[in-house]
Design a binder for this molecule. Structure first.
Ligand code: GCW
Length: 663
C-alpha cells in the first residue's frame, strides 16, 4: 500500500508538470503563453445577452490584456455582413458590428493583434469578408474513416453522439471562428445515404448546437440516390414527382431539427457516384430539384463540377464541356463548386477554365487543404501561395483584371450569395492536422476566405508568431522556409507543368511509368506526361486536345504558344522536345534535371534551418517537425530519382554531372 502511494505521488510530482506544460499542438494558433488572465468583466461594456456575446466576453476576460472593450451592435453596419469596425477611443476600444458574430470576429482580431505584438494604439479598422460562406468540406465517413485524411480518424464520433459530446467539438468551432470560417460540411462528398436518416440528423443537430454560437452553420453532403436507397422509392429521377416530394419532406424534417441548416453539397455523376444523368437528366435538373425544396428555408445547393469520365476527351476539358451548356439554367440558390484546377488538386495546375466562363451561374472555388497530392502530413508544404495563385489568376472573362477572386466574390457580377470552400485536413490527432505545420494551411484558408487580398507573407508571419514565438530569429527563417515550400514540392515532384504522375490510388509517391494494360487510360500517369522519344508533356494546343481554347483571349494564345506559355506550365500545355531551349538556355532535359535537384536541395536546407530552431521550440514540436522533414527529404530524393531515371529512358540524354547521382 505504502509502495503504491509512493508510486502515485512520484507520478504526480514528476509527470504532472509535463502534462500541463507539454506542447502537443492541440491549441493551434490560439496560444497566449504569457497571459495569466484577461481584463475584468467591468472593463467590458456590452448590452444584451446572447451565447455568441458570452463567448466574446469570455475570450476577453481570459486572454485580453489591453484597454477596456465596448462591444456594440449597430444595425447600420449591416452592409459589412459579418464584418466589423474596431476603433480606439480615449479609454477603450470599440468593436461594432451588425451581428454578434461580427463582434466575436472583432474580438479575435484584437487578440490576434495582441498575440502578434502589433501596435494597439490608434486602431481604425473596417473589415468586411470577401465571401459570405467560408466553408470547410470534411471528407469524413460515417464509420470514422476520412477519405484522403492524414490526421487520424474523424473528429465526429457518430457512435457517441448525441449523448456524448467531445470537448473537441467546441475547440474546433472556436478555432474556425477565430479565422472567420462560418460553415462546415460534415461528411464526405462520396456520401452515404444513411447520413439523411433521422438517427443521424439528431446527431448532426448536437454538433450544430455547439457550432451555432460560434457563427458556424452545418451543411451535409447528400447522395443523389437517397430517395431510392433509404426512401424505398423506385428510382431517384429528379423529374419524378415522388422523388421531388421525398426531398421536400426530408428537407422539412432537417429544418425542423436544425432550423438554421445551411444546405447540401452534391457530387453527382462523378467517379461512380449516382446523379441525374442516370435518368437522362442534366446537372441542372438535379441541382434545381434540391434548390427548390431548400429555397423556402433559405438553404443552398453547392453542386460540384468535378466530373470526368473514361472518354476519349482530354480530362482537363470535361467539366467545362459539361457545364457550359447549362449556364443560366440553375436556380439562384445553386452555386457551382469548382476545383481550383481542371484536373485534381495537383501541386501546380492552371486555374480551371470554368471560372468566368459561366456568366449566369454562381461559382465558388474548392481548394484542398488536406495534402492528398502533396506528401500527406509528412511534407511541410505551406499552401498560402497555391491558394493565392488561383485567386489572383486573371481569367480575362470580363477583360483584364478579371481574377478568379473577382469572378467569385461578387465584384464582377452581382451574386446573391458568394462562397469559397476547401477540403479539410483535420482529424482526431492531438495536433489536429497530423503535421504541426499543416495547421498553417487550415489557418491560411480561413484568412484568405475572409480577405483574399491578404498576402501569403502576412498570413505565414501571423501564424508563426501565434503558434510558436515572435522571436525574429525564429520567425524570419521559418517564414522563408514556409513561403518557398510549395514551389519546392512542385520542383521535386512535378516541375514545369507535369501532373498526375503519382502512384496509383494512394497518391503518395512517384509512378510515372504507371500504365496498367486495359485499365482506364485517364487513371494512368502515362496519360498525363506522354513521354516519348521526341519529348515530354501533354499537347493541349490546337494541334492536340485544344484545351487552350477553353481560356479567354489572350490566355488561349499565351498558353497555346510554346514561346509565350509560362515555363512553370509548359508541360501542361505542350509536348516539348527534349532538346528544346528553355529561357535560361538549358535544354528541357537539363532543366528538368536541375529543377528536380533544386527541390531536393531545398528540402535539405529546410532541415538545416529547422535544426537551428531548436532553442526556440519546445522539444515535442521540434522533434516532430525534424522527423517529418527527414521523411520529406528522403521522399524528395525518391521523386527525383524515380522521375529522372524513368524519363531518361525516353530522353536518352545524360544527367548533368553536377546533379546528385540517382542511387
Ligand atoms: O481527388 C479525388 C480524390 C477522391 C475524391 C475526389 C473528389 C472524395 O482522389 O478521393 O473523392 O477527388 O474530389 O470527389
Amino acid at each position: 500500500m505504502f509502495y503504491l502511494r509512493t508510486c502515485i505521488l512520484f507520478l504526480f510530482l514528476f509527470l504532472f508538470p509535463f502534462c500541463v506544460f507539454a506542447e502537443d499542438g492541440s491549441q493551434l494558433w490560439l496560444r497566449f503563453p504569457n497571459v495569466k488572465n484577461g481584463i475584468s468583466t467591468d472593463k467590458i461594456i456590452s448590452k444584451g445577452k446572447n451565447p455568441t456575446l458570452d463567448i466574446a466576453k469570455k475570450e476577453l476576460t481570459t486572454y485580453w490584456q489591453g484597454q477596456a472593450v465596448e462591444l456594440r451592435t449597430e444595425k447600420s453596419l449591416k452592409n459589412l455582413k459579418d464584418g466589423y469596425t474596431i476603433i480606439s477611443g480615449l479609454d477603450k476600444i470599440i468593436i461594432s458590428s451588425a451581428k454578434e458574430t461580427g463582434l466575436l470576429y472583432g474580438v479575435y482580431h484584437i487578440l490576434r493583434l495582441q498575440q502578434t505584438q502589433s501596435d494597439l494604439t490608434h486602431l481604425n479598422i473596417t473589415e468586411k469578408p470577401s465571401y459570405d460562406v467560408r466553408i470547410l468540406n470534411h471528407w469524413d465517413n460515417l464509420d470514422g474513416s476520412i477519405e484522403r485524411g492524414y490526421a487520424g480518424h474523424s473528429l465526429w464520433k457518430w457512435e457517441d453522439l448525441p449523448g456524448t459530446i467531445s470537448p473537441r467539438y467546441e475547440a474546433y468551432a472556436r478555432a474556425n471562428a477565430s479565422i472567420g470560417i462560418n460553415a462546415v460540411v460534415l461528411n464526405n462528398v462520396n456520401a452515404s445515404p444513411n447520413m439523411l436518416k433521422n438517427e443521424y440528423l439528431i446527431k448532426v443537430k448536437a454538433l450544430a448546437d455547439i457550432f451555432r454560437p460560434y457563427g458556424i452553420k452545418v451543411y451535409l453532403s447528400v447522395n443523389f440516390s437517397s430517395p431510392k436507397v433509404i426512401g424505398g422509392l423506385e428510382n431517384s429521377d429528379p423529374l419524378n414527382k415522388k422523388v421531388q416530394e421525398w426531398w421536400k419532406q426530408k428537407t422539412n424534417e432537417i429544418y425542423k431539427i436544425i432550423p438554421d441548416f445551411g444546405g447540401f453539397l452534391v457530387k453527382a455523376n462523378s467517379e461512380g457516384q449516382p446523379g441525374p444523368q442516370d435518368y437522362g437528366r442534366t446537372h441542372a435538373d438535379g441541382a434545381n430539384m434540391m434548390a427548390d425544396v431548400l429555397k423556402p428555408h433559405g438553404g443552398i445547393v453547392m453542386w460540384r463540377a468535378f466530373v470526368y469520365s473514361a472518354s476519349p476527351e482530354d480530362r482537363a476539358k470535361q467539366a467545362y464541356l459539361e457545364f457550359l451548356p447549362l449556364d443560366g439554367k440553375f436556380r439562384d440558390n445553386v452555386i457551382i463548386q469548382i476545383k481550383n484546377g481542371p484536373i485534381d488538386f495537383q501541386p501546380r495546375e492552371p486555374f480551371n477554365p470554368l471560372f468566368g466562363a459561366l456568366k449566369k451561374t454562381s461559382e465558388m472555388v474548392e481548394f484542398q487543404i488536406t495534402q492528398e497530392y502533396l506528401g500527406f502530413s509528412n511534407h511541410l508544404v505551406f499552401l498560402g501561395p497555391l491558394f493565392k495563385e488561383t485567386l489572383d489568376s486573371d481569367t480575362y472573362a470580363y477583360g483584364k483584371g478579371s481574377t478568379v477572386s473577382k469572378v467569385t466574390d461578387g465584384t464582377l457580377r452581382p451574386a446573391k450569395l458568394t462562397a469559397i470552400s476547401a477540403v479539410a485536413n483535420i482529424g482526431d490527432e492531438t495536433n489536429w492536422t497530423g503535421n504541426h505545420f499543416a495547421q498553417a494551411n487550415w489557418y491560411a484558408f480561413g484568412r484568405l476566405a475572409w480577405n483574399h487580398q491578404l498576402g501569403s507573407d502576412q498570413i505565414a508571419g501571423e501564424w508563426i508568431k501565434m503558434t510558436f514565438t515572435d522571436d525574429k530569429n525564429f520567425v524570419n527563417p521559418v517564414k522563408e522556409m514556409m513561403l518557398s515550400s510549395r514551389e519546392t514540392a512542385v520542383d521535386y515532384m512535378m516541375p514545369l507543368g507535369l501532373h498526375h504522375i503519382f502512384a496509383f490510388d494512394h497518391h503518395y509517391g512517384p509512378e510515372p511509368w504507371g500504365n496498367i494494360p486495359g485499365g482506364r487510360p485517364d487513371w494512368m500517369p502515362v496519360y498525363y506526361h506522354k513521354a516519348d522519344e521526341n519529348g515530354l508533356g501533354f499537347n493541349r494546343t490546337q494541334t492536340g486536345s485544344n484545351a487552350v481554347a477553353q481560356y479567354f483571349p489572350p490566355l488561349n494564345e499565351t498558353y497555346g504558344n510554346i514561346e509565350t506559355c509560362p515555363e512553370n506550365l509548359i508541360l501542361w500545355f505542350h509536348h516539348v522536345p527534349w532538346k528544346y531551349t528553355m529561357k535560361d538556355g538549358k535544354s528541357l532535359w537539363d532543366e528538368l534535371c536541375y529543377t528536380y535537384d533544386k527541390g531536393v536541395k531545398n528540402v535539405r536546407e529546410y532541415q538545416k534551418t529547422w535544426d537551428r530552431m531548436e532553442p526556440y521550440v519546445d522539444a515535442e514540436r521540434f522533434h516532430h517537425v525534424q522527423s517529418r522533414l527527414k521523411i520529406q527529404s528522403k521522399d524528395a530524393v525518391w521523386w527525383k530519382d524515380a522521375c529522372l531515371l524513368y524519363f531518361q529512358t525516353y530522353s536518352k540524354m545524360p544527367i548533368p554531372y553536377d546533379i546528385e547521382r540517382p542511387v
